[in-house]
Write a protein that binds this ligand. Structure first.
Ligand SMILES: Cc1cc2nc3c(=O)[nH]c(=O)nc-3n(C[C@H](O)[C@H](O)[C@H](O)COP(=O)(O)O)c2cc1C
Length: 186
């Protein structure tokens, strides 16, 4: 199974990074292919809602903007499972995650036959709320709505705070290991 761990913090050594690392290491230990993608290292702009809102993403299944989105989109379509890891900003996913998921949602019918590329593919969503912990549920709710939109398989939703970090990192590892083991032949 090939898994992509997509993270969206500008901080390379914070709570979000620790969560992504826990998933990557568990997937690797379980003998599966994994790559972490740090959205903040890429040039991914926000959706321009071209063609009066119904852009080429809808009929051509690809975005017309020339930035790092296109190559990442192709890699995501080819992957089997995903872990989305975002810091909680103002009770929502971070700006880089929101901009990326907005565009990806529009390309959900991403395969050549026009079917959804993400249908039934297993996904884990992680929200890292390193401040008060406020907004952790609303952030996960945003991710749940997105996964529902692309018809992904909802394996787990994990909220991590600086107070529960120790056992939640272990939970992320366990969930990631479970995902690759349980769904590898699906
Ligand atoms: C702009 C901004 C908004 C934030 N909003 C929240 C919030 O609503 N709730 C919370 O618990 N923490 C909030 N935080 C704290 C982040 O969730 C915390 O820094 C988190 O650990 C970010 O991940 P990092 O460790 O990768 O930087 C916010 C931080 C920033 C920079």
């Amino acid at each position: 199974m090939r898994v992509l761990v997509v993270s969206s913090s500008p901080n390379k050594d914070g709570l979000t990074a620790a969560c992504a690392r826990a998933a990557v290491e568990a997937i690797r230990r379980a003998g599966h292919q994994v790559r972490e993608i740090r959205l903040n290292d890429l040039d991914i702009r926000h959706c321009q809602a071209c063609n009066k809102g119904w852009g080429s993403c809808w009929d051509k299944r690809q975005c017309c903007q020339e930035d790092d989105f296109g190559a990442l989109h192709r890699e995501l379509v080819a992957a089997d499972a995903y872990v989305w890891v975002t810091p909680v900003y103002f009770g929502e996913p971070s700006e880089s995650m929101k901009a990326f998921l907005d565009r990806l949602r529009r390309c959900k019918r991403s395969t050549a036959d026009g079917h959804g590329a993400f249908i039934n593919k297993p996904m884990i969503a992680v929200a890292a709320a390193g401040g008060s912990g406020n907004g952790i549920v609303s952030c996960l709710s945003c991710l749940e709505r997105w996964i529902r939109h692309v018809s992904g398989r909802k394996v787990d939703f994990i909220g991590v705070t600086r107070f529960n970090r120790a056992y939640k990192l272990a939970q992320i590892a366990r969930a990631a290991e479970f995902m690759v083991t349980e769904f590898s032949s699906a």
